[in-house]
Write a protein that binds this ligand. Structure first.
Ligand SMILES: [Zn+2]
Length: 499
């Protein structure tokens, strides 16, 4: 490997989250990365600093130091007033919702799908030519670039994006945005064959063909694809079975929303697959295993827990969406007790309104502590694992911890903030969860590339400027707001019409 692109970063606090001791806290630590990989992590000493300067010399980029590392003295290696930890991994989100913040609030799930998500993705699909002219690039691409900006802002460098509804036609564009951003992404390509707008319904052949086509996109370094049918209620066995078979043949994950809120779950059990919960249905058709990842699973009966544990199915908990949409919260303490891996995620910005995954972890803990009247549940160290180590393992990625040989994805939290003062070794992890508000994430490194530096998100690899994307999204949202004034009401998700 080239000696180029070698980064040394020394930090006041380091939380490596390594397997031998997930809660280890190091005062005055460092990381050394080369290319996309971590070479070394640990406690800093001047002897170590000297040997690193000697070995890597002028090829070294020393974070926080402007000059030439080739002629640098050890005493000049700055110890940044920051906390270093693994970058966050988001196991469930929707990049196509990014421009939808603050829209259709105070309504439940299916009404929100009908009033916010589906009209927007439909609008940018139906008016693609006009919007492309107005924005200088396709509205989908603008949307996906914006989502990358927001993830980087909050220190999320790896995600599984559930590419639902109209987005399923735009796999190439989301891959392009991800490659340009420098993040790592699994695109779970959506689909449906029942209880949705007629125009969107797939045949099993069409659903599989879409995946095959996406997987053949050339030149992708950071993006992969898997089946992501939207919901268990909107997909019959005719389409789910061949999609899961494709996932098994191609060794990919399989991602789907399950039991997100009580009304749709009750409707499912009563009329769609009579007598079966969504999980019982999924199990009965053989689509659950250790590579199946369910988002939500709010309404979870004891029989579901047994099935999830037996099959090795993974759960992604989205406390912001679940509380904001009034869906209820899943029994994650019971899931964890049953040995079911549970990651915490933000879901899309259409429901959660931002990608502050620390806020999601905090919301999860607050709810469980209050609900069980037990303050000892979900300690900060455990929560941090649920947004790093656990989702990384669910997505089968070589990240989530800062140890030798892992992908070089890490973040720095700036301690020069009133709300982070005082921070010491004994409260550093607790402060990340309870005192931070997300704005402290000053530096973000993914695959050894600095994506955000000292509070500023850098231009993308293809030259795209974050501020230009933000201006385009502002314009797109104003055009959409105007369109909404006269747009007819949509109610296509089916479930909405049942109540
Ligand atoms: Zn979702």
């Amino acid at each position: 490997m080239s000696r180029q692109n070698t980064i040394l970063c020394r930090t006041k606090f380091l939380i490596p989250m390594g397997k031998s001791d997930r809660s280890k806290r190091i005062k005055d630590g460092f990381i050394l990365t080369q290319g996309e990989e971590i070479l070394e992590v640990g406690a800093y000493s001047s002897v170590k600093g000297e040997s690193l300067l000697k070995e890597y010399g002028k090829d070294l980029t020393v974070m926080g130091f402007e000059g030439d590392a080739g002629s640098m003295k050890e005493s000049e290696i700055p110890c940044l007033n920051t906390i270093m930890l693994p970058a966050f991994v988001k196991a469930h989100g929707h990049d196509h919702e990014q421009p939808l913040i603050g829209i259709a609030k105070d309504v439940p799930l299916t009404e929100w799908l009908d009033k916010a998500v589906n009209p927007f993705t439909g609008y940018i699909n139906d008016n693609n030519d006009m919007l492309t002219k107005e924005l200088g690039m396709s509205p989908q691409l603008v949307t996906y670039y914006m989502a990358r900006v927001c993830d980087i802002n909050y220190g999320i460098t790896t995600s599984m994006v559930h590419h639902c509804n109209h987005s399923k036609y735009h796999a190439a564009e989301i891959a392009r945005a991800n490659e340009a951003a420098g993040t790592t992404m699994i695109v779970a390509i959506g689909g449906q064959d029942r209880f949705y707008y007629e125009a969107l319904l797939d045949t099993p052949e069409e659903a599989v063909e879409r995946l095959v086509k996406a997987s053949q996109i050339k030149g992708l370094k950071r993006t992969s694809f898997c089946p992501g049918p939207d919901q268990l209620f909107s997909n019959s066995r005719k389409v789910l079975i061949p999609l899961k078979q494709w996932a098994r043949e191609n060794n990919t994950l399989f991602h789907i929303h399950s039991s997100e809120e009580p009304k749709t779950t009750a409707w499912f059990k009563k009329e769609i697959e009579p007598g079966m919960s969504p999980v019982q249905y999924a199990d009965s058709i053989g689509i659950l295993d250790e590579n199946s990842v369910l988002a939500h699973q709010v309404n979870c009966i004891p029989e579901d827990l047994e099935i999830l544990a037996r099959t090795g199915t993974k759960i992604v908990h989205n406390p912001l969406a679940n509380t904001i949409l009034g869906s209820g919260m899943p029994p994650i303490m019971e899931m964890i007790k049953a040995g079911i891996p549970v990651a915490i995620s933000t879901d899309g910005s259409g429901s959660a309104d931002n990608q502050n995954i620390i806020g999601a972890a905090r919301a999860a803990a607050q709810y469980q502590k209050a609900f069980h009247q037990d303050a000892t549940l979900l300690k900060s160290e455990k929560l941090l694992e649920m947004i790093t180590v656990v989702p990384s393992s669910i997505l089968r990625k070589n990240q989530g911890e800062l140890t030798e040989g892992r992908q070089a994805d890490f973040i720095l939290l700036d301690l020069n903030k009133p709300n982070m003062t005082p921070t010491r070794l004994d409260n550093v992890i607790e402060n990340i969860i309870w005192a931070a508000d997300g704005s402290e994430i000053s530096t973000v490194v993914a695959r050894g590339r600095i994506l955000k530096n000292d509070g500023v998100i850098k231009d993308f690899i293809d030259g795209t400027k974050p501020e230009e994307i933000m201006a385009k999204v502002q314009k797109l949202s104003e055009l959409y707001a105007k369109h909404r004034e006269t747009a007819p009401e949509i109610s296509g998700t089916g479930a909405h019409n049942q109540h």
